[in-house]
Ligand binder design. Structure first.
Ligand SMILES: [Zn+2]
Length: 602
């Protein structure tokens, strides 16, 4: 049997386990293969307007379907002829289906459109919300299904497109994308981009602001507002080394450059792995490089996630579990096993916490999810991240590290620039690792079962033993021991210290600890957030509520917001939570407000 490249590309989407319930696209009939994007950013009206042109591939299909949400479409052409399109369905999560009629030989379509105020991907920031407070700022966040709110597209992680873009911005501002970027401002305000490698649409990303570039290494650098540049270049000083270590582990970096942009604090995530240009929160700039495991994580996504991509959001663990595993291996190569063990132990605590929150029998604790009819954001829990990573550690412990590393290198090489479903991964694992070695293991229980399987590997850490001993001495005596061992503690040790305080502990203890270690004033966002959560749970928060409020207003990272607002709510003080949220909400991206609305306003 022979098939054309078109047929084989289209037919892969026919498999049942590749059906993406979060997209209206029907890629087995017609798909977009390349995007030419042309947009102008209007900061007065807060809209992006212009056109998206696609090269398309099909076998005589009579229509192609794209995902759209909250877009104002003015015209659609197919091979330069205006056509009658239709917009069907209107789902609060998925948005609508844009049906465009095709002829049997149609090759190109163009959609003329503008974004609206409801574009959930896009956050327009006033100058006051930026570090330098001089110019406005814009950034987009596409994952999971928000790209359709600023670009009409086949918004499924199983579909890949290359893209070129031309973005016009006001003078004094600079545009950067998940593509080839310039390092200097352009007098005419027009910036051109090229992303040659095919990527899923959720990885198309744009940021516009008063940006400057600082070089870190031959292939690495940082974009940031001018006042943050020097600090950021220092903070991410080990990026080039991380890149080399990552390549030593799992093969060549295939995206040419690896740069990071430091965004204003409203960015809802720690980082987003937009290819060639990771988008990062400024909350990881601690001044001492202590929170840069986040960069190792985003860099690892250049393999897991960006090269080999989850076919649907139900397979999200294939992106995140692999990435947490890989991140930990980079940190081990950089700082040694003791350091990496602390990270994986904190991860194990997060996993136990998440299973407790979701319920030990909840289907949401399966690695393979079923998010049909729900927001794919619901699947972004520590199950995908930490249960996924622990599953891979379990396999590593059975087959040995050398074998497992060889398996992963081949996995990335053989599946690069493709998407992967959970079923396909299971078959790949069996064929390439388990069967040749005559091994059986409880992969089904890990993937399709709830909770944490019994053979979940847990690291041990002498450093954490010392932390626990220091805390109990402290609690027994009510004072800091003479031989205070905390001088050289890393962020991980402090986090473990704070997390280990029992939530029924007397709030006097909090006062003594805070006087000694100034946790409330910590410039380290992870330590501050962990401390505030414990303090709220323990009833030591009325004294420091102004600091907690300042933190919640200035930071939009969902990972910090959810536990703090939730702790206030669980403490029976939803009024305080709502009052702070009312002041802070305008600083948050839609990804965060959706979660907080559900938590606080329902
Ligand atoms: Zn990730």
């Amino acid at each position: 049997m022979c098939s054309t490249p078109e047929e084989s590309l289209l037919s892969q989407y026919a498999a049942a386990d590749r059906k993406d319930t979060h997209s209206y696209a029907e890629p087995s009939k017609a798909i977009c293969t390349h995007l030419d994007l042309s947009l102008e950013a209007d900061f007065e009206k807060k809209i992006l307007h212009g056109s998206a042109s696609y090269d398309i591939m099909h076998e005589g299909a009579d229509e192609i379907i794209l995902d759209v949400k909250a877009l104002g479409i003015s015209k659609v052409t197919v091979d330069d002829n205006e056509v009658e399109y239709s917009i069907k369905s209107n789902d609060p999560i998925k948005g609508s289906a844009l049906h465009i009629p095709l002829q049997s030989n149609s090759k190109k379509l163009t959609i003329y459109y503008s974004t609206t105020k409801s574009a959930e991907a896009v956050q327009w920031l006033e100058a006051i919300q930026t570090a330098d407070k001089k110019h406005p700022f814009l950034f987009t966040q596409g994952q999971a299904i928000l790209t359709r709110t600023w670009i009409p597209c086949q918004d499924s992680p199983g579909i890949r497109i290359s893209y070129n873009a031309e973005i016009k911005v006001p003078p004094a501002l600079m545009a950067v994308m998940s593509a080839s970027n310039t390092t200097t401002k352009n007098a005419n305000g027009v910036y051109s981009f090229e992303m040659k490698q095919a990527i899923p649409p959720y990885l198309i990303a744009l940021a516009i602001g008063d940006l400057a570039f600082g070089k870190v290494g031959a292939r690495t650098g940082v974009y940031a507002e001018p006042s943050l540049l020097k600090k950021s270049v220092y903070e991410f000083g080990e990026m080039e080394k991380m890149l080399e270590l990552a390549e030593d582990l799992y093969g060549p970096y295939l995206w040419d450059r690896y740069d990071v942009i430091v965004l204003p604090p409203s960015f809802p995530f720690g980082g987003m792995e937009n290819p060639r240009l990771t988008f990062a929160t400024p909350t990881i700039i601690a001044g001492d490089r202590s929170l840069t495991s986040l960069i190792a994580h985003e860099l690892a996504h250049s393999w897991s996630g960006n090269l080999v991509t989850n076919a649907t959001w139900d397979d999200f663990w294939l992106n995140e579990g692999f990435t947490v595993y890989f991140e930990n291996r980079i940190m081990e190569a950089l700082y040694g096993k003791e350091y990496a063990d602390m990270l994986s132990l904190l991860g194990h605590q997060d996993l136990e916490h998440e299973v407790k929150d979701l319920g030990a029998h909840s289907h949401d604790t399966h690695l393979k999810l079923n998010l049909n009819g729900r927001n794919p954001d619901d699947g972004m829990t520590d199950i995908a991240y930490e249960k996924g990573a622990h599953f891979l550690r379990m396999i590593e412990s059975k087959v040995g590290r050398t074998e497992f590393d060889a398996f992963l290198s081949t996995y990335f090489e053989e599946n690069k620039f493709k998407s992967m479903s959970t079923t396909e991964f299971e078959a790949y694992l069996a064929k390439n690792l388990l069967e040749p070695k005559g091994l059986t293991m409880n992969t089904q229980e890990w993937i399709y079962g709830p909770g944490i399987p019994k053979n979940c590997p847990v690291s041990s850490s002498n450093k954490f033993d010392i932390v626990e001993k220091s805390l109990s001495t402290f609690i027994e005596n009510g004072t800091i021991p003479e031989d205070d061992l905390t001088d050289n503690w890393t962020t991980h040790e402090w986090l473990h210290f704070i997390r280990s305080i029992d939530k029924d502990e007397d709030s006097k203890l909090f006062h003594v600890l805070d006087t000694k270690y100034s946790f409330t004033q910590s410039g380290n966002s992870e330590i501050a957030a962990a401390w505030y959560e414990k303090a709220i749970q323990n009833g030591y928060y009325t004294q420091i509520i102004k600091d907690i409020e300042r933190f919640l207003i200035s930071v939009g990272r969902r990972k910090f917001l959810t536990p703090l607002y939730r702790a206030l709510k669980e403490k029976g003080d939803i009024n305080t939570a709502r009052n702070i949220y009312a002041k802070a909400k305008q600083n948050y991206h839609s990804v965060s407000t959706q979660t907080m609305d559900a938590l606080l306003l329902d």
